[in-house]
Design a protein around this ligand. Structure first.
Ligand code: NAI
Length: 440
């Protein structure tokens, strides 16, 4: 269902009328396309405190490789990167204000503000206090800046380990990711031979790929060079074959809740195994708990969580995921914030976040695999088109960007987490929600 309000506010009379009535004025977001794959313009590189990321092979070198023109001053930057890793006390925190206060107004529409922070030092409560302060700062700026601009905080110690993340955030691919705090470990990373085809030679399996977000994920991973195995229920075999055929991949018609699903996936994979596993299949069976029979509880927990646990275990124990592999699961902001009528769904999605956080360190240590989750907010799909108009409108507008996301927004975030150079991103639950007010 098209967002007619967004189209209307994109016209001159629509802008005039909605401004007069004090209604939200969402900006049409700049998303990735083959014709416009990256931003063009200036990147304003600012600092606060003494940065540990300075140095010949440090942050400046990574930013220079993004393709944007890096400047210390700019009249109209498309992106601002403020290095606040050296913020350790109230005085250096004031430098964050001093650096950004004069420039926020000049950031281009659909642009980016990225603040770089350091991990919290639990042995230094002054550093921990002002580094934590950056989260409140970033989340507030995201809510007030407007004009389709996103604001993100990255915590990092090594700029090279953050290159795939910086490239993602400094591109149209991250249009609907805002108000997030993302931690990046200091992993050893190898740049892909071709940043435009990072998944070349790799195999990815996407569950629930016949339509919606899963279809977009499969298409995006295929765009990035992956051979895709598209899995969905036998009842969706026709759509599934069509998606897989279009992407030059293979179709696997299988109910992910089948007890032997892990074994059947292993049998369907190429002999060298899998590089990327995307747990996307999911269902809802909404009712308030008082009206929720077990028949509504069990299938949701089975598809959204139990099968994710079972297939992950089956593939890991059989060595089905290669070293350097990536697992990306699908949570939901409903699982983080809670949602009336969704005790079953929110429990399953919160469970996904728990699985990710617990498995990430061991999967990395024992298998060299990262485990992360995307947590979509309101995404325009058949699922949300079926939501009653008033609730749908509220879902669309109640976020900092004033509009719903598209399946491709979740897909791009998944592709960044699946990237071979994203080894430092592990155990993260990244919301793709335009900074939804739900659970913010
Ligand atoms: P959708 O209903 O359009 O697609 C889900 C796909 O999963 C369908 O093709 C379905 O056949 C498949 N599937 C369901 N049960 C399966 C099973 N047992 N085995 C194999 N495949 C199965 O849903 P949508 O909107 O694309 O959602 C995808 C994921 O994103 C789900 O996990 C959903 O919970 C999550 N999500 C979606 C949001 C949204 O706004 N659309 C918001 C937050 C999370």
């Amino acid at each position: 269902m098209a967002d007619r309000y967004l189209s209307f506010t994109g016209t001159a009379p629509g802008r005039f009328l909605t401004r007069r009535l004090g209604l939200p004025q969402p900006t049409a977001l700049h998303r990735w396309s083959a014709e416009h794959p990256s931003f063009t313009g200036e990147l304003l590189h600012l600092g606060a405190g003494k940065s540990p990321l300075d140095g010949p092979d440090g942050l400046a070198a990574v930013l220079a490789r993004t393709g944007l023109a890096v400047r210390a001053r700019s009249e109209r930057p498309v992106a601002v990167v403020l290095d606040a890793t050296g913020v350790t006390d109230i005085d250096t925190l004031a430098e964050v204000h001093a650096a950004l206060h004069p420039v926020v107004r000049s950031v281009a529409r659909s642009g980016r503000v990225i603040v770089l922070g350091a991990p919290l030092d639990t042995a230094d409560h002054h550093q921990a206090a002002v580094q934590q302060a950056l989260e409140g700062f970033v989340r507030s700026l995201g809510k007030e800046i407007g004009r389709g601009i996103t604001v993100t905080l990255l915590r990092l110690t090594d700029a090279n380990a953050a290159e795939s993340t910086l490239r993602f955030l400094l591109s149209p691919k991250s249009a609907y990711v805002s108000g997030q705090v993302i931690g990046i470990g200091g992993a050893e990373v190898t740049a892909p031979a071709d940043w435009a085809l990072p998944l070349a030679g790799r195999t990815a399996l996407v569950t629930g790929a016949a339509r919606g977000i899963g279809e977009a994920v499969a298409a995006t991973l295929a765009r990035d060079g992956a051979r895709v195995v598209c899995l969905d229920v036998p009842g969706a075999a026709v759509e599934l074959e069509s998606v897989a055929g279009r992407l030059g991949g293979t179709a696997l018609a299988l109910d992910i809740t089948a007890p032997d699903a892990g074994a059947r996936i292993l049998a369907a994979l190429p002999s060298d195994g899998l590089d990327v596993l995307v747990h996307n299949a999911g269902i809802t069976r909404d009712r308030r708990l008082v009206n929720m029979a077990a028949e509504r509880w069990s299938p949701v927990l089975d598809v959204n969580l139990a099968s994710v646990l079972r297939t992950t275990d089956a593939l890991l124990s059989a060595g089905g995921l290669r070293t350097g592999g990536r697992i990306v699961a699908t949570a939901s902001i409903a699982g983080l914030a809670g949602n009336a009528g969704q005790t079953n769904y929110a429990a399953s999605k919160a469970g996904v976040a728990g699985l990710v956080r617990a498995l990430a360190p061991t999967a990395a240590a024992e298998h060299g695999i990262t485990v992360n989750a995307v947590a979509p907010g309101f995404i325009e799909t058949k699922m949300t088109a079926a939501v009653p108009l008033f609730i749908r409108e509220a879902g669309r507008r109640m976020n900092s960007l004033g509009q719903g996301g598209l399946p491709v927004d979740v897909a791009e975030t998944t592709a960044w987490l699946a990237h071979p150079a994203s080894g430092g991103v592990n155990g993260q639950v990244v919301r793709v929600c335009g900074q939804s007010l739900l659970g913010a």
